[in-house]
Design a protein around this ligand. Structure first.
Ligand code: MD3
Ligand code: FE
Length: 203
């Protein structure tokens, strides 16, 4: 059930598969309030992934930089609150992976369409790196790339499938990672796309 990927990271294959229909419905409700948007990096590039958020804080990027903030810059309103089924799933799975006190205050919701990718990066806009990140993959499969703590270290490729949940903590927390270009396909629950939820403790 729980397979180690490397020090600090474990994968629970299919752990969210049973709950997936409700999770996907909840993502669509979130998108109706805070729509998915392709944000700009400080370097002026438009990201190919469309993002929204829920929870006390959401992650944003614009010409001024990367940060967590309580307001959605598109709506000018707070992000939708984190649904109980989201926080419950993240806390339960983190606990199974050895992080018993994980209470997320932010959830990024990524939507990949064919051609979308995310280049190698580190997640370091959070304040406490002893807190893990929990990721949930839904819909089309996508190849995840997992590198080292320096950009030069050659990444390994791990296919992430519908329902897979990964807990990234400890020594894996600051490793470079990304996803390769999403291939066209059709998933019975998400159609032509993949959703990824990442649960974080931002503050
Ligand atoms: C390893 N998302 O939102 S999820 C991101 O598939 C992000 O949408 C990818 O990277 C996606 O920042 C990958 C897996 C993941 C998420 C966060 C990590 C792996 C991680 C943080 C540290 C180490
Ligand atoms: Fe990331």
């Amino acid at each position: 059930r729980i397979e180690p990927i490397c020090e600090g990271a474990v994968i629970l294959r299919g752990a969210a598969a049973e709950e997936a229909p409700e999770l996907i419905e909840t993502i669509r409700e979130n998108f109706a309030v805070s729509p998915p948007r392709q944000m700009k990096t400080p370097g002026g590039h438009t990201m190919s992934v469309a993002m929204s958020c829920c929870g006390e804080y959401g992650w944003v990027t614009d010409e001024k930089g990367y940060r967590y903030q309580a307001e959605d810059p598109v709506t000018g309103r707070p992000w939708p609150s984190m649904p109980a089924r989201f926080s419950k799933l993240a806390t339960e799975i983190a606990s199974q992976a050895g992080f018993p006190d994980f209470v997320p205050d932010a959830c990024l919701i990524n939507r990949y369409e064919p051609g979308s990718k995310m280049g190698l990066h580190q997640d370091k806009d959070e304040v406490d790196f002893s807190q893990p990140i929990v990721s949930v993959s839904l819909g089309l499969p996508q190849v995840f790339q997992f590198g080292g703590t320096t950009r030069s270290e050659r990444p390994v490729k791990i296919p992430l499938q519908h329902g897979d949940v990964v807990v990234w903590g400890g020594a894996s927390r600051l490793r470079y990672h990304g996803v390769l270009t999403l291939k066209a396909g059709n998933h019975p629950m998400t159609g032509a796309c993949r959703y990824n939820l990442t649960f974080r403790r931002a503050r």
